[in-house]
Design a protein around this ligand. Structure first.
Ligand SMILES: C[S@@+](CC[C@H](N)C(=O)[O-])C[C@H]1O[C@@H](n2cnc3c(N)ncnc32)[C@H](O)[C@@H]1O
Length: 302
């Protein structure tokens, strides 16, 4: 047992040193936009009951990204993501559903300008009521420092220097027995799909009523489908509902970067699928590269 613990610590230490991922390159891209709209829809739904909830963000990032900074400018991904969405016109059904997300992004920017983009912990923080809490894990020291500064010693938002996979097991179920877990790893390691499925499975056994949102890239269709099948099987065993949401901004070609990403949501609010059915078609035009965007939405009520 002690040997196992030492091995886990070694693995954890190693991951500190080989990590290259910097979310600033991707902040505000199409994948962030879809992920954060879903996050906002779920948290808005949780407001319907006065009982407190907790958000556990296992891979939180820096919290706020300077879109005029070198990294964001170099990637430029936000220009075809949040920048386009801010200019988009939405219909009567989708408009009010996307509004809480857009309002949060606007709150971090001067009027009619876009120079900063909030990440998941700051978006979640903006949707906490006085009784709710956020715990955000980030192991990259600079990103964690920024997140701490961005949350400004907020008594409702705790930043922890803990491996997100370990934190997931340690923090569920939260004492409120109500809330959401966001699992959004960088997908730098080859085994990240398997790791996420296993970590989710173990957490889900401990807390079968929690809402779990898991982000994944779609680079190899088989890997994404295999992961989704594992998650839906676990949900099915517990008679829990799930939703699978994917968004592609262009057809996948050999050389293209990330053009397709997905979210597996377990125990989604019952309204999420119908809300996303209203929202997703309206994201196709602004987020599509050359008009070729497509979405996929599958859901089961358990
Ligand atoms: C995709 S980014 C997070 C983006 C963020 N969730 C958002 O939506 O704004 C992944 C983050 O996880 C961090 N990270 C990588 N491995 C981690 C681990 N084992 N535990 C916690 N954080 C980790 C990276 O430093 C990076 O900031």
């Amino acid at each position: 047992m002690q040997l196992e613990h030492a091995f886990m610590q070694l693995l954890c230490l190693a991951s500190h040193f080989v990590m290259n991922y910097r979310h600033a390159f991707h902040a505000g891209n199409f994948a962030d936009v879809v992920k954060h709209i879903v996050l906002c829809r779920i948290l808005t739904y949780l407001h319907q009951k006065p009982a407190a909830f907790r958000v556990i963000d296992t891979h939180a990032g820096a919290g706020l990204y300077d879109l005029t900074g070198e990294e964001a400018e170099r990637g430029g991904e936000w220009r075809t993501g949040i920048a386009r969405l801010m200019q988009a016109r939405f219909g009567d059904a989708a408009g009010p559903l996307v509004a809480p997300y857009l309002d949060i992004v606007r709150a971090f920017n001067p009027p009619r300008e876009l120079c900063a983009y909030p990440g998941s912990p700051l978006i979640a923080r903006a949707l906490l009521r006085p009784q709710d809490h956020l715990v955000a894990c980030e192991i990259e020291p600079k990103a964690r420092e920024s997140l701490i500064a961005n949350l400004r010693r907020d008594p409702q938002g705790r930043v922890v220097d803990l491996d997100g996979w370990m934190a997931l097991q340690a923090f569920v179920p939260p004492k409120e027995r109500r809330g959401l877990v966001l699992i959004d790893p960088p997908f730098e390691q080859r085994d990240e799909f398997e790791r996420m499925a296993n970590a989710f499975g173990a957490a889900f056994v401990k807390w079968p009523r929690g809402v779990y949102v898991m982000w994944y890239p779609v680079k190899e269709r088989r890997a994404a489908d295999h992961f989704a099948a594992k998650v839906t099987a676990a949900a099915h065993d517990q008679q829990a509902g799930w939703a699978r949401i994917e968004f592609s901004v262009a057809p996948q070609t050999g050389q293209s970067g990330l053009v397709s990403a997905g979210l597996m949501v377990v125990n989604p609010p019952w309204v999420l699928a119908s809300e996303m059915k209203a929202i997703l078609p309206e994201l196709e035009k602004p987020l599509g590269l050359g008009g070729a965007a497509r979405y996929r939405l599958e859901a089961s009520t358990g």
